[in-house]
Design a protein around this ligand. Structure first.
Ligand code: ZN
Length: 162
């Protein structure tokens, strides 16, 4: 699993898996690595990835982007996500595993990790007689309205007491 965004290290890993280190491959890796650092571009679909590659001054056919992300996914350098939003989305497979929250209004995808959730999942699996080897948690959510804009009930009927 790649736990780096360094292009030369990633290319080395590609070669170790028998992939040819073409200019296209380098450009796609660079765009993905840049996405890791840029909020909002962490999980591009194939068209967004192509635009990111071309924004770096490298012309590439959409079919080539498809082929490269498929190869990178096969060797475990890229993770392909199939969120309910439709299109496949890609990100570099990183050492730190994380879960995703999808904003169903905007399509934004947020990475998060909560050790308490891991613990609960492990406990549940163990109770059922299993050990978790892979997990995939996707939360589909809408942004909460700021408290200040919620209607204020005069008779206290909102049931806030916990
Ligand atoms: Zn992610």
């Amino acid at each position: 699993m790649a736990d780096t965004t360094d292009i030369d290290t990633l290319l080395q890993e590609c070669r170790a898996h028998g992939l040819k280190a073409t200019e296209n491959l380098r450009a796609v890796l660079a765009a993905l690595a840049e996405g890791v650092r840029a909020e909002g571009m962490r999980h591009p679909d194939v068209e967004e990835l192509r635009r990111a590659v071309e924004a770096r001054g490298h012309r590439i056919a959409l079919a080539s982007v498809y082929r490269i992300v498929a190869q990178l996914t096969r060797v475990g350098i890229v993770e392909t996500h199939h969120f309910e939003t439709g299109k496949s989305r890609y990100e570099l497979a990183k050492g730190q595993t994380h879960d995703h929250l999808v904003d169903i209004d905007t399509g934004d995808i947020l990475d998060f990790h909560d050790a308490a959730m891991d613990e609960i999942e492990e406990r549940v699996a163990a109770r059922l007689g299993y050990r978790i080897v892979r997990r995939r948690v996707e939360l589909y959510a809408v942004r909460m309205e700021p408290r200040a804009t919620l209607p204020i009930t005069v008779d206290g009927g909102e049931g806030e007491a916990n």
